[in-house]
Ligand binder design. Sequence first.
Ligand code: TRP
Length: 327
Amino acid sequence: MSAKKRILSGMRPTGKLHLGHLVGALENWVALQNEYENYHLIADYHALTTNVETKELYQNSIDMVIDWLAAGIDPVHSPMFRQSQIKEHAELHLIFSMLITTARLERNPTLKDQVRDLQMDLISYGHLGYPVLQAADILLYKGVVVPVGEDQVPHIEITREIARKFNNQYGEVFPEPEPKLTKFARLPGLDGDSKMSKSTGNTVLLSDSPEQILARVKTAVTDRQKIRKGDPGHPDVCLIFTYHQKFNLSEVSEIRTNCESGALGCVDCKRNCAAKIADALAPVREKRAYYEAHLDEVKAILADGERRAHAVAQETMQQVRAAMTIG
Ligand code: TRP
């Protein structure tokens, strides 16, 4: 048994990942992988709550593993696996579903936001139970730390409640995990929306070429009061300035001065910003290309991760059944 604490992190396989995923999640996962034992879950069952295109799930999962590897996740230390391949997720989800009320799940603010944003007025029974499945994901591996964005914190709270309830009712099996919020949790979208999101198309993909990145950045909204070069700008309300703060730290004060004085125009500023993003993504793009060309290696990494995750999941389920005397 390793003495390192365990992290369980997860993402839904929605396709190729974008800058927001890199900055908001993957950089954090990579930074944590030496200090902790990291398990990385592909939440393909969770994807069924909003995405019924099951034909795409496998390819999306492979694309996501490629992006994870390209971002620097080390598969030797950190198993990557699909939820759907490990039946214990379904089993523990069912047991947990008896330990929480529907009223509690209906109060989940993340669900309320989703219902509003996606304009869904009818949600499925499974969607209501989304956090119950997430609790099973985390607790099956006894993850004590869960790196997440702000919107997922309510789900970790529900996970803690379920762990507590189980332990009280059947005996101590599960830890109560803590969320670990990412520093730069939200990279705004190129359209000025609060968040990069595939569904709104306001993203830069990790796989984009420098030309594509420039084309994407050119579409971004900037300071609306700065119409032409020479006008004094307001960097603090400018999206591109936020990006400079992340990808071009050494030039930030110079850009501020020249934007405010009017010496720097938005076209040049965007060009510079796109080049810095392209530089930051260069190593990721290179690794991506390698894995794209070595798909068998990617599939073997996934199979190995699923074998290792399954062994842990089986052990936990034995403890669960023993505690419940349904062994
Ligand atoms: N709900 C998470 C999201 O939408 C994905 C997820 C599923 C997850 N299972 C998880 C995250 C377990 C952390 C731990 O981003």
